[in-house]
Design a protein around this ligand. Structure first.
Ligand code: PLP
Length: 366
């Protein structure tokens, strides 16, 4: 029950374990092409350009940074935790002049504060994290996408802990780049960076004056490959992660079979139920309100008198695996539970019972 790698459907694992074909075998070309097409449906981005590239979610962050930033460009990073801070560092590496608006742990930066900053200086790019996996805080991406459009700023959504779990309507919300990694709500073992770029983002990349500062991330190499697979032609830049791409096709099929609206609702129902159960036990959560609480994971604080190390040891005996805290400074005060992707109601109940048992073992009584 950690926030990635998550649990995977048996059909997905069958594809991971199948004999590996050539990356230009007709069956594989079909799977790759179909996976690209389905990404547009999952991201709700009919006009977007999808990319599937071997690497982790951090590579997806790198793809957007490397391709869209030129030395001296101004970038605004809205940080709600660990991954926002990472993005500020990453963009600096490509020569961006970064301004960070940081929210206190558990809170979000107000849209008004973002707009004030966008009026103060001309920015090329703005990044925000949909669900920061370190805090379980969820940002509302829609007003930020619309603000980006209004002020002519390219918007980049880190959706690693949200795509295929939280509501995202990339085209409607005018968000230029939305990316994730395979091992979170998309439901495929780690190893794929998945990104969809808007026509405006692709134009900004085409209009660059300097070459992209990363050889591997450069869309110059990958765009022809993605186009070829979608047209069901073989192509090569770097050998794709064949089994993972086949597994992604299977998982995206399952996601679309469930339907995006039903999937969003299921995550919302499970997330809400889990938080209610935690509150029922007398626990409080890092996110300051329901409105800013993620549905893909939760971050409950240890109640008074319970030590993190003791709790982790006790819950380990129950065969339920949860994650520790992640945000520097407060990481020993809370734990994290992922409830995204293939997680069932039964998993939620078992986890709630295990947490209850572990707290009791630590001497906690509500
Ligand atoms: C997991 C995660 C990342 C990093 O992904 P890796 O696959 O670990 O490189 C980035 N952003 C968010 C919001 C994440 O949850």
């Amino acid at each position: 029950m950690i926030p990635g790698p998550t649990e995977f459907e048996p059909e997905v694992m069958m594809a991971v374990g199948a004999p590996t074909t050539s990356h230009v075998a007709p069956d594989f070309i079909e799977s790759f092409g179909h996976a690209l097409e389905m990404m547009r449906e999952v991201w709700l981005a009919p006009s977007g350009q999808p990319f599937i590239i071997a690497g982790s979610g951090t590579l997806a962050m790198d793809l957007a940074g490397a391709n869209l930033v030129e030395p001296g460009d101004r970038a605004l990073v809205i940080s709600t935790g660990y991954f926002g801070d990472r993005y500020a560092e990453l963009l600096k590496r490509y020569g961006a002049e970064v301004t960070a608006l940081k929210a206190p742990a558990g809170e979000v930066v107000s849209d008004a504060a973002v707009e004030t900053e966008l009026k103060r200086k001309r920015y090329k790019l703005m990044t925000f994290t949909h669900v920061d996996t370190s805090t379980a805080v969820r940002v509302d991406p829609e007003p930020l996408g619309l603000l980006g459009e209004k002020h002519g700023v390219i918007t980049v959504l880190d959706g690693v802990c949200s795509v295929a779990g939280e509501v995202i309507r990339q085209d409607e919300w005018k968000i230029d780049v939305v990316f994730t990694a395979s091992q979170k709500a998309v439901g495929v073992p780690p190893g794929l960076a998945l990104l969809v770029a808007s026509p405006r983002a692709m134009e900004a990349w085409k209009g660059r004056k300097s070459p992209v500062g990363s050889y591997y991330s450069d869309w110059t190499h990958w765009l022809p490959v993605m186009k070829a697979y979608e047209e069901r032609r073989p192509a090569y830049f770097g050998t794709p992660a064949v089994n993972l791409v086949s597994a992604l096709e299977v998982s995206l099929r399952l996601i679309l079979k469930e339907g995006m609206e039903a999937r969003f609702r299921r995550h919302s129902d499970r997330g809400t139920a889990f938080r209610k159960a935690m509150r029922g036990m007398g626990l409080t959560m890092i996110p300051a309100s329901e409105e800013v609480s993620a549905n893909t994971l939760s971050a409950p604080l240890y109640p008074e008198g319970v030590k993190g190390a003791d709790f982790m040891k006790a819950i380990g005996d129950s065969d339920v695996i949860v994650a520790g805290g992640l945000l520097p400074g407060i990481k020993d005060t809370y734990f994290r539970v992922g409830h995204m992707g293939a997680v069932t109601n039964g998993d939620i109940l078992t986890t709630v019972a295990a947490i209850d048992g572990a707290l009791s073992a630590c001497g906690y009584r509500k």
